[in-house]
Design a protein around this ligand. Sequence first.
Ligand code: NAP
Length: 269
Amino acid sequence: MSEGSSGSSTYVCVVTGASRGIGQAAAAELARRGATVVTLGRDAGSTIRCDLSSLTSIRSAAAEIRERWPRIQLLVNNAGVQHVRRKVSADGIEATLAVNHLAPFLLTHLLLPALRAGVPARVVTVSSSLARWGRIDLDDLQSARRYNGTRAYLQSKLANIMFTASLAERLAGTGVTAVCVYPGLVATDLLRERWWWRARWLRPLWRALFLSPNDAGRAVADSATATLPSEGYCLTLGGRPVRTPRAARDGAARQRLWDASARLVGVDL
Ligand SMILES: NC(=O)c1ccc[n+]([C@@H]2O[C@H](COP(=O)([O-])OP(=O)(O)OC[C@H]3O[C@@H](n4cnc5c(N)ncnc54)[C@H](OP(=O)(O)O)[C@@H]3O)[C@@H](O)[C@H]2O)c1
């Protein structure tokens, strides 16, 4: 773990969605490695209460972080959802897009001053190797015409990678790096709305096939300091860099997604 440019040995990590699953394990692992961990979530145990489906809540959480920790070294955009049926946030935005993509987009933007002040710093966004099957539908980004939970989820995970690739490009040379991590298939509550995941008799099978949250949490913690060959790579569970999916290498498509996201969250980037 590196030291910030302040000369202080405090390594401040902000982790979203640390109430359970991968985020909880990653936060615990980062704390075990000596970091000051600031957690962001809806539960009472979070350092800062934040509903990541609400743009207002994200703005107020980011303002509090900047005030209390003006220098941060790591932001882990981990919180995520998978909804079987279409849900809409308080801002009227489809919930998967809001939590999985727009929240990291806005939170990162709002915390950039603190990350820049804390260099060397990194933004890690938890995506999925399944993102390569995703497709960005700019004409119906919020799946208003036709909703499919898996499709909305994969779109959001591809959006994570496209956002990260654009961010890394924009931040080149600043000392702030950005990378996505693929945690593998992990036995968490992410699929709790699926009957086949909840079914008691299938539980032993999932536990045998899927990784434990602790394995994934360690991989997320490792990605904070892993060496990257250059921009345009994601990190696998074992810390191996792999090229971003083809769709995320299209700079014009990334720009269109960036512009649409900026409009939805109301920032001028
Ligand atoms: N599990 C896998 O196999 C797998 C594979 C690839 C990628 N991932 C990614 O890993 C990340 C973590 O997922 P997980 O598997 O650990 O799932 P999980 O156990 O369901 O945990 C999700 C976390 O996100 C938080 N969250 C959800 N909506 C929120 C909101 N509106 N505001 C604040 N926090 C919110 C949850 O908080 P609450 O407790 O308040 O709900 C929880 O802490 C996700 O980005 C997911 O896409 C998971």
